[in-house]
Design a protein around this ligand. Structure first.
Ligand SMILES: Nc1nc2c(ncn2[C@@H]2O[C@H](COP(=O)(O)OP(=O)(O)OP(=O)(O)O)[C@@H](O)[C@H]2O)c(=O)[nH]1
Ligand SMILES: [Mg+2]
Length: 475
């Protein structure tokens, strides 16, 4: 997910006046509206998708996918190229066209792929047949998240995002109510201000609870590092194939002895050709040659999200930001332009908070024509230097990805410890086996010698444990 400043309109006089007939000069436009006749009579929730762009041609692919992910049947679409109208977002004529389209198709909602201000939402709604819902990109994404939220944390995050979306709208309503207020009659305005206060109070309660969940997660990450695990996170645009890759990399073996310590480990990460299949965070042990790696899969990124929505999901993204290594997964079967846009969104999302090195993974190479991969790599070398090419579906390239992960993880140190044979020494040896990669274990003259490679912190702990057994034990 990435943030852009949210531009929720303030209660400007312009936007209100314009509803009564102010019109804005229309620019030359590239318009289109289309009805898909095969789905007009579909049952369930039906929607028209609409989008306005300042220039060029509006692309409805992603908003249509989002609408489907939220369970809507998209029955028609409408686009407009012109500057933003303060009152209606679209030009007024376009809104009339939208009304006709909705009448013809019987759609129950209009989904607008723009940042629609509170007044614009209200104004557009007023022009449409009774009961038709006006949904913008953010509300739609929140709807999807709301449907998928199945943990306490996810539910709190969704509620927080909803409240933060609601707050400026409540403020707008309060100020509208104030305008209508007659002197001495405080009823309505007072009521709306108390709604605002309630929202603010609830926001701060949720923040506190999320913060305490984040603390627990932080402690768990540290405990995992202490136990010798490297933490690798899968990040990338939604639908890039993160969850599918997670299953390729995950170890078959159970982590039974660690089960208590890792309650989220065995949850499976579902894959579907749908945006935002994954909402929460799933961690599994990865199958690696030497290192003990825990792999975390989480919510995908998407373009044009306001910062409040990204911030609401901050603690989920912490699993990415605080990893030892990030695998940035890109769907390489898309066009270079789409890949570029999604890479930019991903880098923007990672840029400020991420602390880990990033390895780019070009996924879905089973869908590429010969030569296509090399061309795309060359075209995107600035944004994605030295990508690893894989197919999470067929497993092609996954072995190379494993090698690359081990090569990019922070370096291990080599150590050789010698201690007198005893029960304590044996338990130290088995501790080293659990936390490091043992290269040699030899017994001579009542002494056991272990040569191993491990993270610096593990080497330091092994040394101090050995020192307790035999003060001069390290050679
Ligand atoms: N052809 C092909 N399809 C793939 C590959 N990897 C994933 N897919 C498909 O791409 C779609 C999305 O895969 P997911 O693993 O759900 O993607 P994700 O990044 O976890 O997506 P979200 O959780 O929705 O953000 C699914 O239909 C997968 O079957 C691949 O290597 N080749
Ligand atoms: Mg997923």
């Amino acid at each position: 997910m990435t943030g852009q400043d949210d531009a929720i309109d303030g209660p400007t006089d312009d936007s209100i006046e314009a509803t009564i007939g102010g019109s804005v000069d229309e620019e030359p436009r590239v318009d289109s509206s289309a009805v898909d006749p095969s789905v007009i009579d579909a049952d369930g929730h039906t929607a028209v998708v609409a989008k306005r762009v300042d220039s060029g041609t509006a692309d409805l692919t992603e908003i249509t996918q989002l609408a489907r992910a939220a369970g809507y049947e998209v029955v028609a679409s409408l686009t407009q190229t012109r500057t933003e109208d303060a009152a209606f977002m679209f030009g007024e004529g376009k809104v009339a066209e939208l009304r006709d389209l909705i009448r013809r198709t019987g759609a129950e909602a209009v989904i607008i792929d723009n940042d629609v201000g509170p007044y614009q939402t209200f104004n557009i709604g007023g022009e449409l047949p009774e009961g038709v819902e006006v949904i913008d990109r953010f509300t739609l994404i929140l709807e999807i998240f709301g449907q998928r939220a199945n943990t306490r944390k996810a539910q709190l995050q969704v509620e927080l995002a909803e409240l933060r979306y609601e707050l400026p709208r409540a403020e707008a309503k309060a100020s509208l109510a104030k305008r209508d207020e007659r002197p001495g009659f405080m009823g309505l305005g007072e009521y709306d201000e108390s709604v605002e206060r309630d929202i603010k109070r609830r926001i701060s309660e949720i923040r506190d609870e999320l913060e305490s969940i984040a603390d627990k997660e932080r402690a768990r990450r540290e405990q995992r590092r202490e136990s010798g695990f490297d933490l690798v996170a899968l990040a990338g645009y939604t639908n890039a194939g993160k969850s599918t890759l997670m299953r390729q990399l995950a170890a078959e073996l159970d982590i039974d002895e660690n089960e208590e310590r890792h309650p989220d480990l065995d949850a499976t990460a579902e894959s579907q050709d749908m945006l935002f299949t994954t909402l929460g965070t799933t961690t599994r042990r990865a199958e690696m040659e030497k290192r003990d790696v825990l792999l975390t899969d989480t919510v995908g990124f998407i373009a044009d999200l306001p910062h409040w929505l990204v911030e609401s999901f901050e603690s989920t993204l912490d699993s990415v930001y605080r990893a030892d290594l990030v695998l940035l997964v890109v769907d390489a079967s898309e066009s270079v332009e789409e890949m570029r846009e999604k890479l930019v969104t991903s880098h923007d999302t990672l840029y400020e908070r991420n602390e880990a090195p990033v390895v780019t993974v070009f996924n879905k190479i089973d869908r590429l024509a010969p030569g296509e991969l090399a061309d795309k790599q060359a075209a995107l070398s600035g944004l994605a230097p030295e990508p690893v090419a894989v197919s999470a579906r067929t497993g092609a390239g996954v072995a190379e990805l494993r090698d690359r992960v081990e090569a990019e993880l922070p370096d291990w140190e080599r150590e050789r410890l010698m201690v007198p044979v005893s029960d304590e020494a044996m338990s130290l040896v088995s501790w080293i086996y659990d936390h490091a990669h043992v290269e040699e274990e030899t017994y001579a003259d009542e002494q056991v010698t272990v040569a191993f490679e491990a993270k610096p912190s593990i080497v330091a702990r092994a040394r101090s444990k050995a020192a307790e057994l035999a003060p001069a034990g390290s050679t």
